[in-house]
Design a binder for this molecule. Structure first.
Ligand code: EPU
Length: 337
C-alpha cells in the first residue's frame, strides 16, 4: 500500500477541478481494501471511483481511496442469458465494449457514460431508454466500519430515477467491490425507440441492426451533444429532470405549448431540465471558466481553471432563475462536496 501526501485530484475528476487530497491511496484489490479499512477510521476516508459524478469544491482533508480493481468474467450462463461479474474499478464504457465484443446484450444503450462499474448502481445510471436497474443482477459491497461483506440484490438496491439505497439510507456506509449483470446471449431486445437512435440506424439501411449498431448510434448521438470530459471538464447532467404534478404541467403547457415532457404516471410528468435552463437564457453562458454547454444546457462545464465553488455558484444562479421563472425546483444530480 502506497500513501501519497498532498495529491492533486485534477486528473481524477471529470470536471477537472484542481483540489488536493491530504492523502491518496490507489486500491488494486479487495484484500487491499479490507487491509486499508482495518487501518483507518471510516471518518478518515473518502472513496473516489471514476470521479465522473462529483463536484469538488474544496481540498479533501481525508485519505482518498481510489478504487482501481480490475477484472471481468462470466460467472454463470444458460442457453439464453449470462451473468457477468465486473470488478468495481473497471471503466464503464470499456465494460460495455467488452459485452458487445462478446455479443452480450443489455448495456449497449449505456455506451460512453463516463465513470466506473462500481459506482454505476449508486445513481442507477441511465440513457436512451435503459437504466442500470434493467440489467443489474447483484453487487457485493463491504461495510466501511464492520468490514462485513454483503450481497445486494436488485430489490435491495431500491433503484429509482438516478437514485438507489446507496444515495439514501446507506449513504457512505458501503464500498461496492463488484457488480454482476444479467445479459442476453441471443434474441437481444434492442431498444431503439428513444430519441434519435432509430433515426441513426436508418441512416445505414444495409447495416444489421444489432447491439453493436445500437452502441455505435448512441456513441454518435452522445458525442454530438455531450462534451468529452477529456476535452472539456464536465460531469454529464448536472441536475435531475424534475418531476411535476400533471395539473402544474398543464398550466406550464398552456403558457409554453412547445415544452417537451415524459409521462411518469397518470398524475406526474417529467420536464427536461435542459429545456427549462435554456428558456432562462443560460445555454452557452460563460462566466470566467465556468459555463453552460452550448449544445446541452443540462451540462455545466469547466473551460480550464474554474474552481468547484465557481461551478457551484453558477448552478445556484440557474436554480434560482428556473425557480423564479417556472416555479420549478431543480435538484443537483451530481454529488456536491
Ligand atoms: N433540451 C432543450 N435544451 C437543451 C437540452 C435539452 O430544449 O439545452 C430538450 C431537448 O430538445 C429534448 C429534451 O430537452 O426535447 C431532452 O433532452 P435530451 O434527450 O438531451 O435528454 P435529457 O433529458 O436532457 C437525459 C439524461 C442524460 C441522458 C439523456 C438521454 C437526466 C438528468 N439526463 O438528458 O443523462 O444521456 O437523457 O437518455 O436524466 C447524465 O445523467 O449525466 C446524462 C447525460
Amino acid at each position: 500500500m502506497q500513501i501519497q501526501k498532498n495529491a492533486s485530484l485534477k486528473e481524477l475528476n471529470t470536471f477537472g477541478i484542481d483540489v488536493k487530497a491530504k492523502q491518496y491511496i490507489a486500491v488494486n484489490s479487495s484484500d487491499e481494501l479490507v487491509h486499508i479499512l482495518k487501518r483507518f477510521y471510516a471518518s478518515e476516508l473518502f472513496v473516489l471511483s471514476g470521479g465522473s459524478n462529483i463536484l469538488l469544491t474544496k481540498d479533501i482533508e481525508a485519505t482518498v481511496l481510489h478504487i482501481q480493481t480490475k477484472g471481468i468474467k462470466v460467472v454463470d450462463e444458460t442457453e439464453n442469458s449470462v451473468l457477468v461479474e465486473s470488478q468495481a474499478g473497471e471503466n464503464w464504457h470499456q465494460f460495455v465494449l467488452w459485452c458487445i465484443e462478446n455479443n452480450y446484450g443489455g448495456v449497449e444503450n449505456l455506451s460512453l457514460i463516463p465513470g466506473c462499474v462500481g459506482t454505476s448502481p449508486i445513481q442507477n445510471i441511465g440513457a436512451y431508454g435503459v437504466e442500470l436497474k434493467d440489467v443489474f443482477y447483484s453487487c457485493e459491497a463491504v461495510h466501511i466500519q464492520t468490514l462485513e461483506k454483503r450481497i445486494f440484490t436488485n430489490a435491495d438496491c431500491k433503484f429509482g430515477y438516478r437514485d438507489s439505497v446507496f444515495k439514501n439510507e446507506l449513504k457512505g456506509q458501503y464500498i461496492i467491490t463488484n457488480v454482476v449483470f444479467q445479459l442476453t446471449k441471443k434474441n437481444h431486445q434492442l431498444k431503439t425507440t428513444y430519441g434519435a437512435i432509430q433515426q441513426k440506424l436508418d441512416e445505414n439501411p444495409h447495416q444489421t441492426a444489432d447491439i453493436k449498431a445500437v452502441s455505435d448510434a448512441v456513441i454518435s448521438i452522445r458525442s454530438s451533444k455531450l462534451p468529452d470530459p477529456r476535452v472539456l471538464g464536465n460531469s454529464g447532467s448536472f441536475f435531475k429532470n424534475p418531476v411535476v404534478e400533471k395539473s402544474f404541467f398543464d398550466l406550464l403547457q398552456e403558457k409554453h405549448p412547445e415544452v417537451p415532457s415524459y409521462k411518469v404516471s397518470e398524475s406526474q410528468v417529467k420536464v427536461p431540465a435542459g429545456w427549462l435552463i435554456e428558456q432562462c437564457g443560460f445555454k452557452g453562458y460563460r462566466k470566467g471558466d465556468a459555463g453552460v454547454h452550448k449544445n446541452q444546457a443540462l451540462v455545466l462545464v469547466n473551460y480550464g481553471s474554474a474552481s468547484g465553488e465557481e461551478i457551484l455558484q453558477l448552478s445556484k444562479a440557474i436554480q434560482y432563475k428556473v425557480h423564479q421563472t417556472f416555479g420549478v425546483a431543480l435538484e443537483a444530480e451530481v454529488n456536491l462536496l
